[in-house]
Design a protein around this ligand. Structure first.
Ligand code: GDP
Length: 360
């Protein structure tokens, strides 16, 4: 599918840039250019492959909002005409959807992304989705509280919100910075493949996925998650039935962006690889397995022809907001909100706690 990507804030900007680079390196041409908006000038200056726009210069003078997501929302609203103007000509009639990308735990992205989505919905007829990054368990309480509020708002505004939990898609024990690198790279590869898989070249075959299948899978709204796994292809078709089943299982059970979210309203299974080695029987068996596992009657399936010696499964899940993972996160966010509302008696102690949490 052809998408217009707009990153908001630091994480939103970095992930947008990574996606744009992956799409260009692979020659997919699914992303119509990335655009990044931030209130922190230094964060924008570190981006090379996307166009950028500074907002809120009159309020924060290019220094960012420092985790104040209400200020992030206000700045986005007061500069919305400039932002929408900056997008003019970038969201062309060939775009199938818009994705607004943001870390939900910070300030500019957390507050600004829901405001931007709301405004884009009024202007454009194509779906406006969010790609939101949830703070991991060990991130500070301000991040958790911000993300809780932002998530509730963005779910309401966006046509669907694809979530990536910062505790998924990286190895345990990595440093925060190292983990961000890995997570961003994984987001770029996996979400980038999803965009490209929905490109569905005409005439390649009925089993090839197209953009309407991605859009229909996300049609119910709420929260979406994406799973991914890959394996070397075997050299005979009987064994590749097993390979396809294996990668599909791993993709859902251990490879999703929202760990343990396996109950869904709808799903799309995309098997990517050399069309000569992907057995139809394997795709069909995996699709049926996915129906049982997700409890959804709406499981679509298709191929993404790609020259590779590996076979990969991408599983897009729609309507996972009732999963335990989301409940657990919302509980964490409520607790964090309480802590924010009732500051510790001793401000020095409170500061030390937050610092420790943030250091991890
Ligand atoms: P903003 O610039 O005010 O919007 O704030 P950030 O984008 O820095 O948002 C902070 C949240 O995003 C926290 O939960 C961080 O852990 C997360 N975050 C910051 N940078 C990155 C990144 O490069 N990758 C990922 N995956 N998360 C990030």
């Amino acid at each position: 599918m052809k998408v217009a990507l707009i990153g908001v804030g630091q994480a939103g900007g970095k992930v947008t840039e990574r996606l744009v680079r992956f799409d260009a390196d692979m020659g997919f041409d699914a992303i119509q250019g990335g655009f990044v908006v931030n209130s922190a000038k230094a964060d924008l200056q570190s981006l090379e492959f996307v166009d950028t726009q500074l907002i809120g210069a009159d309020r924060v003078n290019g220094h960012g909002v420092g985790g104040d997501n209400e200020l992030g929302a206000e700045i986005m609203q007061s500069d919305i005409d400039q932002v929408i103007g900056g997008l003019d000509g970038r969201i062309t009639s060939s775009a199938d959807a818009i994705f607004v990308v943001a870390g939900l735990g910070g300030g500019t992205g957390s507050g600004g992304a829901p405001v931007l989505v709301n405004n884009l919905q009024r202007i454009y007829d194509i779906p406006v989705y969010a790609l939101g990054i949830l703070p991991g368990r060990n991130e500070g309480s301000l991040y958790q509280a911000n993300a809780g509020r932002s998530l509730k708002t963005i779910i309401r505004e966006a046509d669907s919100t694809l979530l990536v939990d910062n505790d998924a898609w990286h190895e345990q024990g990595e440093s925060v910075e190292g983990a961000f690198e890995t997570i961003n790279e994984n987001i770029a590869q996996r979400v980038g493949l999803l965009f490209a898989s929905g490109e569905g070249m005409d005439g390649v075959g009925e089993s090839v996925v197209d953009s309407s299948e991605v859009i229909n899978t996300l049609r119910g709204g709420g929260v979406a998650a994406l799973g991914y796994a890959s394996e070397l292809a075997a050299d005979n078709s009987e064994e590749n039935i097993r390979t396809v089943m294996n990668v599909s299982r791993q993709s859902l059970l251990t490879g999703t962006s929202l760990p343990d979210a396996t109950t869904a309203d709808s799903a799309l299974l995309v098997i990517a690889g050399d069309p000569d080695v992907i057995p139809r029987k394997g795709v069909e068996k995996s699709r049926r397995w996915l129906e049982d596992e997700t409890g959804s009657m709406q499981v679509r399936g298709g191929d993404f022809p790609l020259q590779s010696d590996r076979v990969a499964a991408l599983v897009l899940l729609g309507g996972v907001e009732r999963s335990d993972r989301i409940d657990e996160f919302m509980e964490r966010a409520r607790e964090a909100q309480k802590q924010q509302d009732e500051p510790n008696e001793d401000p020095a102690e409170q500061f030390a706690d937050d610092r420790l949490e943030n250091l991890f």
